[in-house]
Write a protein that binds this ligand. Structure first.
Ligand SMILES: Cc1cc2nc3c(=O)[nH]c(=O)nc-3n(C[C@H](O)[C@H](O)[C@H](O)COP(=O)(O)O)c2cc1C
Length: 187
């Protein structure tokens, strides 16, 4: 029998359909403490998070729309509606930000990796606590106006919009992988 933590890893599943409730602030704080345990070269803590709920999700939808329109002024109406409604697909969005420290020897890629591991931990612990999530990016994560609107500075990047809530509907099947395709002994 695998250890419960190993079993959780084997069962990890993103949830595209998420509904209320999202985790409360006490639990969320614990989950963030877990994310802050990501391996971190130089102990730089190269991450920060924004938690968005309620009206904030509508505000984020407006930011998505205005930013997308600035990049593509003739955006079709259907696409405009899609961008505006995007954040309301879950009761909570956690914006995961890599905050790159520039005056250090640790390369940027390692800082982004460290912040990304934290997002993975968040996904896992959300599932362990009976919630679900889906890590999303898309062009809006790399849109300068979205970044500005969320208050990012020049040394920061959005590494994900983590959609968070309670999974709705049947969980999708966990794919099985052939170990030998991905793992070899060397030499
Ligand atoms: C950095 C990153 C960005 C992603 N962006 C998207 C996205 O914008 N849209 C999407 O449908 N899936 C995106 N995914 C993939 C999903 O989060 C998810 O991993 C995928 O649907 C497979 O499901 P699973 O995690 O349950 O295996 C992204 C994953 C990562 C790591």
């Amino acid at each position: 029998m695998p250890h419960p933590v190993t079993d959780l890893l084997l069962q990890r599943n993103s949830s595209a359909k998420l509904t209320h409730p999202a985790p409360g602030s006490t639990l969320l704080n614990t989950l963030f403490q877990g994310a802050f345990r990501a391996p971190d070269h130089g102990l730089l803590k190269p991450w920060r998070y924004l938690v968005i709920e309620g009206d904030g999700l509508d505000r984020l939808g407006e930011l998505f729309l205005t930013s997308a329109l600035k990049a593509t002024p003739d955006l079709p109406q259907a696409q405009q509606d899609k961008f505006r409604k995007m954040p309301t697909r879950a009761p909570m969005i956690i914006v995961a930000i890599a905050s790159i420290q520039e005056q250090v020897k640790i390369p940027e890629v390692e800082q982004v990796m460290s912040a990304s591991v934290g997002v993975g931990y968040l996904l896992l612990s959300l599932q362990a606590e009976g919630y679900g999530g889906m890590w999303r990016t898309g062009p809006l994560a790399y849109n300068v106006d979205v970044q500005k609107g969320l208050g990012l500075t020049h040394h920061e990047q959005i590494i994900g919009f983590l959609y968070v809530g309670t999974p709705e509907g049947k969980a999708k099947a966990i794919p099985q992988h052939d170990i030998n395709t991905y793992v070899k002994k060397w030499p």
